[in-house]
Design a binder for this molecule. Structure first.
Ligand SMILES: Cc1cc2nc3c(=O)[nH]c(=O)nc-3n(C[C@H](O)[C@H](O)[C@H](O)COP(=O)(O)O)c2cc1C
Length: 325
């Protein structure tokens, strides 16, 4: 399948694996790229720029296809060494960067000077337009359904994607709630040029996370996510667990007085315990409503091939059948 995104990124299928903290290691990114999509290594999961440089090298050893690096701009007090991470990306010869979390204006000139394409992930049309105006090459439009940070506007993809299509001129991919060939065809119909998936790629054989995480996603329904940290205007969609229930109870009890310190135990430094050790109640972790559509743990290639075959059958048979005379 050829779209503006496959052309822009030099990939076979219009499927991107979004950056995911303590999931987006070289193993997953390389598997997605080898399957014909775009795999993305999560920059800040690596504790230093040197470690990221090493992860990029590892990924390159596992694939000769294009892959990207995610650079998330966090609302944190002690800022990570972003110039160092950018240097590691450029010197590592990476050709695509997914930015998220905040306006990437600071890093854009450096990345563009190195010939790197920048996809900015955002949750509103106004932020997508801002990204376009500062020169981003593409955007990933993340609807309210998404795992992770959906922003504060709460606009689901059935509205957000056509709104984005009406306003944007640069290519964009649909993110949030994407799982299968139906998602891809729907995203294309709504004006997107491809899809970005997070949660679905965690439940694959190659995702280098504990089996408990994959099983939790398969066991979950679409009713099992919760929005946390809304009072801090840092909303995150997570899988419901004991930590999420406890955090929401604190939010209810403290109301407007809630501070980050009050919920530190549920959110700070919990990812390694969950993703690597499989201690599922160690804290809250991002998960999309799309968990309700995930029922198996295929290899990445099986998943990508299945999505493409299903999408082509829907377009060529089901949809074409409606308009045939
Ligand atoms: C476990 C997990 C961790 C994530 N970590 C990040 C991150 O560090 N940076 C980022 O930009 N997005 C992150 N995301 C968001 C994904 O890249 C993607 O936008 C989102 O998962 C799409 O929604 P979906 O889960 O419905 O496919 C994360 C998502 C999940 C599920």
């Amino acid at each position: 399948m050829k779209t503006r995104i496959t052309e822009l990124l030099g990939i076979e299928h219009p499927i991107i694996q979004g950056g995911m903290h303590f999931v987006g290691f070289a193993e997953l990114a390389a598997a997605v790229s080898n399957a014909g999509g775009l795999g993305i290594v999560t920059g800040l999961t690596q504790p230093t720029p040197d470690k990221l440089a090493n992860e990029i090298r590892r990924c390159r050893e596992m694939t000769d296809r294009p892959f990207g690096v995610n650079l998330t701009f966090l609302p944190s007090l002690t800022s990570p060494d972003y110039p160092g991470y950018v240097r590691a990306i450029i010197e590592g010869g990476v050709k695509v960067v997914e930015t998220a979390g905040n306006n990437p204006q600071q890093v854009l000139p450096h990345l563009h000077a190195a010939g790197i394409k920048v996809i900015h992930k955002c949750t509103s049309v106004r932020h997508a337009l801002k990204a376009q105006s500062i020169g981003c090459d593409a955007v990933s439009v993340d609807g309210f359904e998404c795992g992770g940070h959906p922003g504060e506007d709460d606009i689901p993809n059935f509205i957000l994607l056509p709104r984005a299509a009406d306003e944007l001129t640069i290519p964009f991919v649909a993110s949030g709630g994407m799982a299968d060939g139906r998602s891809l065809v729907a995203a294309l119909a709504l004006g997107a040029d491809g899809i970005n998936m997070g949660t679905r790629f965690i439940a694959t054989k190659e995702a280098p996370v504990h089996e408990n995480v994959k099983k939790a996603i398969v066991a979950a329904s679409e009713l099992d996510t919760r929005l946390v940290m809304r009072p801090l205007r840092n909303t995150e969609r997570v899988l419901r667990n004991a930590a999420a229930d406890r955090l929401l109870e604190k939010e209810r009890a403290l109301g407007a007085a809630l501070r980050f310190e009050d919920i530190r135990e549920e959110v700070a430094g919990v990812y390694p315990k969950i993703m690597l050790e499989g201690t599922m109640d160690a804290g809250v972790w991002s998960c999309g409503m799309v968990a309700g559509l995930i029922r198996d743990i295929p290899t990445v290639k099986e998943l990508v091939d299945r999505i493409m075959a299903e999408a082509e059958a829907i377009i060529g048979q089901r949809l074409a059948g409606f308009v045939r005379s």
